[in-house]
Write a protein that binds this ligand. Structure first.
Ligand SMILES: Nc1ncnc2c1ncn2[C@@H]1O[C@H](COP(=O)(O)OP(=O)(O)OP(=O)(O)O)[C@@H](O)[C@H]1O
Length: 457
């Protein structure tokens, strides 16, 4: 049976002085769903690992005049969890052994085929995923809910109360709100508060798949139903039997599949792809989106009848800037989790860090806050996280200018910050993801991943 096809989310750093190699490796990995950054020399590689958290690094042995083996221990010291793949030429193959002794996880002989690069990166990404899973399980032992929810903000408290009430019924719930506000977390909590908690919670990520693959992901298929269907496969609906089916980013659900999904929503009846037998399912449905579904209905990209079927109980999660009361308590909770995960010494925030966390407007919501704290936990060598450990300091922004900061070309900001601002502006000025992707000159799935990683709605 095939595994569900979720794109990898690992972050990969490519270190090489050859721009063509960087470009080719980057495209090849991005096509598979990795988030990729490149560094043409040691200085920018070390600066990248001090700014972001990478899971895998592909490090060339000769970076111009510099020697990859000299950089390896520095990278290992700055990011001990990062798995380094040493790239060497055939003639340097013996050096690969020294690299492995110095802590490299694997080596790659260049020039290599895309499949070899992908295989090696996938192995290391898989190893990181397993390590993270073990860390998460260890740090959540004894806790009943992941990211358990509470709030000091009146609007958010009301929303949580409604969500608790809804969880006692089987009513369909539609969760709305900007990207990164915690819609996934709320959906999972509703499941855990409900009578269905002992059964499965299955997520379907609507935009990451074509209509054909999404149909098979949801409802399953039989062997030979289409080219590539080598095995029978149960769908997410069946995985969620007795429990909850969560449709993330329902606003991107393909129009052609909406009638079949509407019927499923009404009658809980469906057929696997390639199998005429009608099956019934016992699942509770939760859907989420950061799109304005009423506008999508008006544009003709979302069916009216499906919208009304989904919109039985709708919960709109407020953006973080509208619930400043929650920033520090979420930050403290994230700090505790991340410190346990990375085994770092940080225990609290200094006053200047707390003030900066409160002053910033968090356009990427809780996801941006979580990223900022993850980075700070890694950078902070002592017990107290200070202002300089936060990303604002790396951008050269004063605490006073945080609330209104929009980076422009030439500002002392990273390429990622500029890219984020540009993507945000283009998304705001275009009607759909496809049109925005055309403007940006990238494909829609790359834009989808970038939007997610930057926490943009
Ligand atoms: N109350 C919370 N406490 C701790 N972490 C949280 C909380 N809410 C959200 N997060 C974290 O913030 C990140 C974003 O949350 P989530 O994926 O639920 O947002 P979302 O609104 O579903 O985003 P998107 O629209 O992009 O799918 C996750 O890493 C999640 O664990």
């Amino acid at each position: 049976m095939n595994e569900p096809t979720t794109p990898p989310r690992e972050r990969v750093l490519l270190v090489d002085d050859d721009a063509t190699v960087l470009r080719n490796f980057r495209l090849c990995l991005e096509d598979e769903g990795y988030q990729v950054n490149t560094a043409p020399n040691s200085g920018s590689a070390l600066s990248a690992v001090s700014r972001s958290v990478f899971d895998v690094c592909v490090l060339d042995l000769h970076i111009g005049e510099e020697y990859g083996l000299d950089l390896l221990p520095q990278l290992r010291a700055a990011a001990p969890w990062m798995r380094v793949i040493m790239a060497t030429a055939e003639s340097d193959a013996a050096i690969a052994v020294s690299a492995m002794r110095a802590g490299a996880a694997d080596y790659l002989i260049k020039p290599c085929e895309p499949e070899q690069l992908l295989r090696s990166v996938a192995q290391q990404a898989q190893a990181r995923r397993l390590e993270r899973r073990i860390d998460e399980l260890e740090s959540s032992r004894g806790e009943s809910l992941p990211d358990s929810l509470d709030s000091l903000n009146p609007a958010m408290s009301r929303l949580l109360e409604m969500a608790r009430q809804a969880s006692e019924t089987d009513a369909t719930v539609l969760i709305l709100g900007e990207s990164g506000t915690g819609k996934n977390v709320l959906a999972r909590n509703i499941h855990l508060w409900s009578m269905r908690r002992k059964a499965g919670f299955a997520t379907v990520n609507c935009p990451s798949l074509s209509a054909e693959l999404l149909e098979s992901e949801l409802f399953g298929h039989v062997k030979g139903a289409f080219t590539g269907a080598h095995d029978h496969r149960q769908g997410r609906v069946q995985v969620a039997e007795g429990g909850t089916l969560f449709l993330d980013e329902i606003g991107e659900f393909p129009l052609s599949l909406q009638p079949k999904f509407l019927r499923f929503l009404q009658d809980r009846e469906y057929e696997r792809v390639g199998d005429p037998r009608t099956r019934t399912a016992d699942v509770r449905i939760i859907a989420a989106t950061n799109r304005d579904l009423a506008t999508a209905v008006a544009d003709g990209t979302f069916r009216n009848d499906l919208y009304y079927r989904l919109n039985v109980i709708s919960l709109t999660v407020p953006p973080l800037r509208e619930r400043p009361e929650d920033v520090l308590s979420i930050a403290d909770k994230l700090l505790a989790n991340l410190v346990a995960r990375y085994r770092r010494p940080a225990r609290r925030f200094a006053a200047n860090a707390r003030n900066a966390l409160l002053a910033y407007s968090w356009p990427g919501n809780v996801r941006e806050l979580a990223n900022a704290i993850e980075r700070a936990v890694i950078l902070c060598a002592g017990e107290e996280i200070a202002y300089e450990h936060l990303p604002f300091a790396a951008s050269g922004l004063s605490a006073a200018s945080l609330a209104s900061a929009t980076p422009r070309a030439g500002d002392p900001v990273t390429i990622e910050q500029l890219e984020r601002a540009h993507i945000e502006a283009v998304l705001g000025a275009t009607p759909t993801l496809d049109v925005a992707a055309k403007h940006l000159g990238i494909d829609a799935s790359t834009l989808y991943r970038k939007r997610k990683s930057y926490g943009l709605g």
